[in-house]
Write a protein of this length. Structure first.
Length: 172
């Protein structure tokens, strides 16, 4: 049996996100001192949005154990659910995007069997509407590179890969 692909939280990357988010919260607080309504509104929006980003980031700092595992049985992405999604549940897999916006997108035969129990589930409908499948996997905030994830999918599920937008599929 081939060794599994495993990714953990990268504390320094998440730490940078938290520091950046808190910087924008501080900027939002500074904007509240302005006299015009537009600047004050932008200030409140920055405080709320980046405050939420900081909270999510801080929560990630206290996550222990693997965030994602890919092996011969399937995929487990704990930001989505703690459940294993077996290869047999996937109808299509595509690599989409480029750079920081790269995803391995999973289309499932029966997505209702693999509902998210976390924040990512709230975005599922929007992601699917933009063509990113039922579950878009990414490596942001982890200790692994996106190309490592793609290689794991090539190794464990080479025949399920389709052509995605923005990034050509590698020959199997």
């Amino acid at each position: 049996m081939e060794p599994a692909f495993t990714a953990y939280v990268s504390r320094w990357r998440i730490g940078l996100v938290v520091v950046g988010a808190l910087g924008f919260v501080a900027a939002g607080i500074f904007m509240l001192r302005a006299k015009d309504l537009f600047t004050v509104t932008i200030g409140w929006a920055a405080i709320l949005f980046f405050g939420l980003c900081a909270i999510v980031g801080i929560r990630q700092l206290f996550r222990f154990g693997p965030v994602m595992e890919v092996d011969a049985r399937g995929v487990r992405w704990r930001r989505w659910s703690n459940d294993l999604i077996p290869w047999s549940a996937m109808s299509r897999i595509e690599v989409q995007g480029a750079g920081l916006g790269s995803f391995v997108c999973l289309w499932l035969h029966e997505p209702e069997l693999y509902r998210s129990r976390h924040l990512m589930g709230w975005l599922a409908g929007a992601n699917k509407g933009m063509g990113f499948g039922d579950i878009p996997l990414n490596m942001m905030g982890t200790d692994r590179r996106f190309d490592d994830l793609v290689e794991a999918f090539d190794r464990f599920a080479p025949r399920r890969r389709g052509r995605g937008r923005g990034r050509p599929a590698r020959p199997a």
